[in-house]
Each structure stands twice: as structure tokens, then as C-alpha cells.
Design a protein around this ligand. Structure first.
Ligand SMILES: [Zn+2]
Length: 293
């Protein structure tokens, strides 16, 4: 089962890489005004939030490397020339969220992230779930300002609270709260209506992840705009449903394992069947839960 899971994930990743390399179509970024100075931007990887105003530009995450010029064009469309961010915050180290770092770092952006993001990006990483090795990032891509637990930024009239949630999707995840606009970027602590990737090899854990989502639920209200790491814009009800999925599927897998079932024999309640249509299928999700217990 473990091997099968690896093969399925590896082929998914190869398919994604082949598309990116074909260069057949121009890479494009969709921009949607969110609230006040904030914009929601989507290319191919992790979702991006940009703050654009009198203080300049700040972005949270920067997608895959090859998308950076498309984001630059999109930011120029909103902010005019030169369209360069002063600050880039990384929610975690994965290359679909930090791929643009070198592009922006070379153009004088200050990159901020939790300390473990720096540690992982500056050293060789093995992603066993994908049979993939990620080489150390170039100096320009590395976070310049790092923090252990939290960071506060005052920018474009808002107060940003950047908080580390440990042992979740990885060991270095941050969630960014725009406290004045009541907007939250959750990074990969939220895959909307999909089973998440939990990177156990990078210090992630499904139980810690679920506890983090519960803690974040306590910090938002019905008016909060919630930006997931992957998927469309969401609200508190969507996040509550996601939390219910995490708790319920974990309980199912735990009960099945206690009954002596093997991973291959476990199938989740059909209520969650649609959640396995994305990047992480049901078998992979079950293996992440089992690997976290
Ligand atoms: Zn990720």
C-alpha cells in the first residue's frame, strides 16, 4: 500500500511538472479585489494575497518559480510601475508557495518566514511521499527575517499578525491575520473541500494539524474572509466543515486500525468521497492519518 501510494503521488507530480515544462500556453494569474488594500491572486500553486497601498506592496506566498513574472505583471496591473513587493511572507517552505522568492529577493524584497522555513530551504530536503529531493535554495530565495512564534507588521493601514502553528502541515507553518480587514491567509492549514497534504517528513502531523485548525476557528468569525492555501475563497462555515472532516476521518481510521484492519482495507465514510478528487486521494489521506497516530 505504501508503495502504491508513493507511485500515485509521484505520477501526479510528474504530470504537473510535464505541464509546467511544456511552455505551450502563457502562464496567467487571476486577480480578485478582496477588501480594502487586499487582493486575492491565483496562478497554479498556493494562493497568494497581496496588500497594495500607500506603503507599497506586500505579498503572502509566491507560487511556483515559473509564475513569478506573471505575478509581476499582475501586480503592475493593480499597483502600476514598478510593481515590486517590499515584503514577501512565506506560509511554509514548499516550492508551490516559495518558488517566486528568488525573483523577488533579487528585486530587493525582504522575505519573512518562521525559522524552520529558513532551516528547510537552506538545506537539502527529501520529500519521501513524492520520492523527491529538493536542493537548497539560492541565497536570494531565503527568508531574511525569521521568527520563532509570531510577528506583527503594520502595513497599508492594517495590523498583520503572523502566527506560527507548529506540527501541522509542516513544522514551520504561519497563518496571517489581517486584523483590520478581518481576512486570514491560512496557508496549507486549509485545502478547501479537499483532503490535505500533511508533510510528515517535514515535521507535520494530522493530529497537530487538526488542533491548529480548531485554534484558528476560535480566532475567526462569520464575517472573516478565509483564504485557503489551495482552493477558492472560504468562510468560517467552510472551515468548520473542513474541521469536521479532519476529526471524523481520523476517528474512522483510528477505529479501523484498532480493529486490526490494514490500510488497504480501510475506506472512509462516503460522505467524504468528493474530498479525494484533488491532489490527495483517499488512500493517501488515510496513509497520512495512520502515519500521524
Ligand atoms: Zn504545502
Amino acid at each position: 500500500m505504501k508503495n502504491l501510494c508513493h507511485i500515485a503521488l509521484a505520477s501526479l507530480l510528474l504530470a504537473a511538472t510535464a505541464n509546467a515544462d511544456s511552455g505551450a500556453e502563457a502562464l496567467s494569474v487571476q486577480t480578485k479585489p478582496l477588501k480594502g488594500a487586499l487582493y486575492f491572486m491565483q496562478g497554479k500553486g498556493g494562493n497568494v494575497v497581496a496588500s497594495v497601498g500607500a506603503d507599497g506592496i506586500l505579498i503572502i506566498d509566491d507560487d511556483y518559480t515559473e509564475y513569478a513574472p506573471a505575478y509581476h505583471t499582475a501586480l503592475q496591473a493593480v499597483a502600476g510601475q514598478p510593481g515590486l513587493p517590499r515584503f514577501v511572507i512565506n506560509t511554509h517552505w514548499h516550492f508551490d508557495h516559495t518558488g517566486g522568492n528568488a525573483y523577488w529577493g533579487e528585486r530587493d524584497a525582504v522575505i519573512l518566514a518562521q525559522e524552520n522555513v529558513y532551516q528547510r530551504m537552506s538545506t537539502r530536503q527529501e520529500m519521501k511521499a513524492f520520492d523527491r529531493v529538493v536542493e537548497p535554495s539560492p541565497a536570494a530565495a531565503l527568508p531574511v527575517v525569521t521568527y520563532a512564534d509570531s510577528l506583527t507588521l503594520r502595513f497599508n493601514g492594517d495590523r498583520l499578525e503572523v502566527r506560527h502553528f507548529p506540527t501541522g502541515h509542516t513544522d514551520g507553518d504561519s497563518v496571517v491575520f489581517f486584523t483590520a480587514e478581518n481576512v486570514v491567509h491560512m496557508g496549507d492549514h486549509f485545502f478547501k473541500d479537499r483532503f490535505p497534504f500533511v508533510d510528515i517528513g517535514s515535521g507535520g502531523n494530522v493530529l497537530g494539524y487538526t488542533a491548529n485548525v480548531a485554534a484558528i476557528l476560535d480566532l475567526v468569525n462569520d464575517a472573516t474572509i478565509i483564504v485557503p492555501g489551495h482552493g477558492g475563497l472560504a468562510d468560517k462555515a467552510d472551515l468548520q466543515r473542513y474541521h469536521r472532516m479532519l476529526v471524523s476521518t481520523t476517528a474512522q481510521v483510528q477505529a479501523a486500525l484498532e480493529q486490526g484492519l490494514s490500510l488497504e482495507q480501510i475506506s472512509l465514510d462516503p460522505e467524504w468521497a468528493d474530498w479525494g478528487q484533488g491532489f490527495i486521494n483517499e488512500q493517501a489521506w488515510i496513509s497520512f492519518i495512520a502515519g500521524s497516530l
